[in-house]
Design a protein around this ligand. Structure first.
Ligand code: MG
Length: 393
């Protein structure tokens, strides 16, 4: 006699990736079954979706691991509270997955895109990006979103069968849309839009939190801004007698929860006409996921404040200048003597020219590696460098 309990129909329906997705995801989500595949054909995995494989390939890449040593806004010498490029990336993934799950979008794809979104950042954050862009003026320039595509398609060498990570075309096209925001070749997928929105929520909130911790901004000043004031009001209505530190953290949580709720509400409204249809690609083209007008305006004011008071703060600018002089000197020295490049990048120089290969090498460095390389491998240029290793690290 068969004593096995009968399989419940929902369980059977979830046995394959495609069946599970068709049960859980909205029709307008990017279902794995509709993926355009990979540049180099590979058989499907028996139980991981193509986008889950993309996520795993990104997590296991060297470029991803190096995010832990790369600046988000503040370098290591300013303390150990603030975000690195890696923790920012994980916060973006966490926020984006929440939004995507609630809107019934493809969470695997969202996570892959979120973990990928800053992989092309050079050391020293936007200071590093600006200097490489200047070095490559007239030679294609440098942009971290475009660099991420080079990492995924060329620079990571983990597989014998193909260069790069051979990610799904949806991931590559979404990253290309980030790189060419003004004139994207394809309208961004809803999943990519969620990651963009989550990135903006994460950095506007956490950069302010880090700046408060470092004393670059004062809490009382932040609370005069409408968005922080409204969030603090919501916190105080729920609990009283908070210390300043407790209030600050509660406001940060409230700000994220508020913005995520706003994105979910506006997203639901905009997606409502498409819930019952199967016109996935049409929805992807017609719907823009963005905050409500009210939140967008308040956020823009905060971004302006961050730009004026945090990103251009003298202590941030001082580190920026030291980082830039080190990167520029290494770029010029390596361009003059490309034989000093590691073998992998000498190979790239033969393919793409020395300037691009030098920039690939420098962009892949962590902050700490860049400082050590500069001080120890280019002592002739580092002698009069205004920063010492301990200052900038
Ligand atoms: Mg980011």
């Amino acid at each position: 006699m068969n004593t096995q309990p009968a399989e419940r129909p929902e369980r059977l329906a979830c046995e394959t990736v495609h069946a599970r997705e068709s049960l859980i995801l909205a029709p307008y989500a990017m279902h794995s079954a509709r993926s355009a595949g990979r540049r180099y054909r590979e058989p499907e995995h028996p139980y991981r979706s193509p986008f889950a494989r993309d996520r795993d390939r990104i997590v296991h890449s060297a470029a991803f691991r190096r995010l832990s040593g790369k600046t988000q806004v503040f370098t290591g010498n300013l303390g150990d509270y603030h975000r690195t490029r890696l923790t920012h990336t994980m916060e973006v993934a966490s926020i984006a997955r929440t939004i995507g799950r609630t809107l019934r979008l493809n969470e695997d794809l969202i996570e892959a895109l979120a973990l990928a979104h800053d992989v092309g950042h050079p050391p020293f954050g936007h200071a590093g990006e600006d200097i490489l862009d200047g070095c490559l003026h007239g030679k294609g320039g440098f942009n971290h979103n475009r660099q991420a595509l080079r990492v995924f398609e060329l620079l990571e060498t983990r597989y014998a069968a193909f260069p790069g990570l051979n990610l799904s075309l949806e991931v590559l096209q979404s990253q290309a849309a980030r790189a060419h925001k003004e004139a994207p070749r394809h309208p961004p997928l809803l999943e990519a839009q969620v990651v963009d929105a989550a990135d903006s929520v994460a950095y506007t909130t956490h950069d302010a939190d880090d700046a408060l911790e470092l004393g670059l901004l004062e809490l009382e000043e932040m609370l005069q801004w409408p968005m922080w004031n409204e969030a603090a009001g919501r916190v105080r209505r729920r609990c009283s007698g908070l210390t300043r530190a407790q209030l600050r953290r509660a406001v940060v949580h409230q700000l994220i929860d508020w913005q995520v709720g706003d994105l979910v509400d506006t997203g639901r409204q905009r997606l409502a006409p498409y819930v019952e249809t199967a016109a996935g690609s049409q929805t992807q083209q017609n719907v823009r996921l963005a905050p409500s007008t009210d939140v967008a305006e308040q956020k823009a004011a905060l971004e302006n404040l961050l730009y004026q008071r945090v990103y251009r703060h003298p202590s941030v600018l001082a580190v920026r200048q030291r980082a830039q002089s080190a990167l520029r000197a290494m770029y010029q020295a390596l361009l003059a003597e490309p034989d000093r490049l590691p073998a992998k990048f000498r190979g790239r120089a033969a393919e793409d020219g020395s300037a691009r290969a030098v920039s690939d090498y420098l962009a892949g460095m962590t902050d700490r590696f860049a400082v050590r390389a500069f001080v120890h491998r280019f002592p002739e240029h580092a002698r009069d460098w205004p920063g010492e290793t301990g200052v900038i690290e």
